[in-house]
Design a binder for this molecule. Sequence first.
Ligand SMILES: [Zn+2]
Length: 297
Amino acid sequence: MDKLKRPSPKRIVFLGIVLILAAILTWLSIRLLVKNTAVAPTDNRKTPESVPLETITDESVVEEEPEITNSIKPISNASSSNCTIKYGTLMLINPNFMVENSFIAERKTELISLYSKYGIAEGVAGNGDNLLDEEAAIHINDMVNAYRSAYPGHTLETRSCFRAVGTSCGRLCAATGASDHHTGLTCDLLDPVYGTSLDTDTYDQHLDWQWLRENSYKYGFIDRFPESWAGGPMSEPLNVDENGSTGLFETWHYRYVGIEAAAEIATGKYNNGQYDSLEHYLKSLNLVIDLKNGLCK
Ligand SMILES: [Zn+2]
C-alpha cells in the first residue's frame, strides 16, 4: 500500500487545468451550435424573398408564346372581325376569313406607292392600286433588284397589288372582303418580256415565276397559291378547306409574310419539307384553330 504513489501537487494542478480547458472548449462548442441554430431561421426568412423572383422568371418562360409570335408585329391600325388581323404580316384574308369595307378603306391609307418610292411600275393599270405596305415595299424593291441582277435586261412589274374591291372572274378571283389583295402585302408580278398574260400553262417558259418561286422567300415573300395546295383541278369551285387547301393556283401571286415565316413556309417546316400554304402554316402554329369557320387561337 505504501508503494501506491499519491499524485504530486503539480500533477493535480496540471489535470485541473486540462479539465478546465476541456470544460471551456465544450461550453464554446455548445454556444457556437446554439448560435448557428438561431441564425438559420434568419437565412430561411431571406430565402422565400428570393424564391418568388425566381419563380416569376420561370413562370414567364413557361408561359411564353410560341416562337413565331415573337416576330408578329401588328402592322395595321385598321380593325376587323377577322381574327387574324392581329397577326400583322401573317394576316389571312380568304373566303373564310373576310374583312369589312371599313378595314379595306383604312388599310389603303397606310400604304405607299411602289412607283413613287422605288420606280416599280404597274404593268397593267386599272386592275388595282400599285400600293404596298412600307415594310413589304422595302423587301419587294430588294427582290426586284435581285431579279434584275440575275437576268440583265429583265425586270418585274406589278399587275395588281392592293385592291379595294374584289373581282368576279371565276375561280381565279375573290369577292370583295375575301381577297388576299386587301392585305396591302401582296402583288401579282410579271416580267414584261413575257407579255401581259397571267397564265399558269406557260409557267415553264417564265424565268420570272421560276426565279420567284426559288428565291422570293429570301425577301420575305411566298408563292401564296402553289399548285400543291390548290385542292384539285381548276374547274372546281373555289374552296378553302379545313386542312389548308386554298382552291387557287397562281404562279404570279406573291405575298409578303416576313423573312422568318417565308423561309419556314418555302422549306416546309410544318409540311414535311414541301412548300406550305399560308393557311396550313397558321394552323400548324395554332394561331388559327378553324380554317373553315374563321376562328383564331
Ligand atoms: Zn393575285
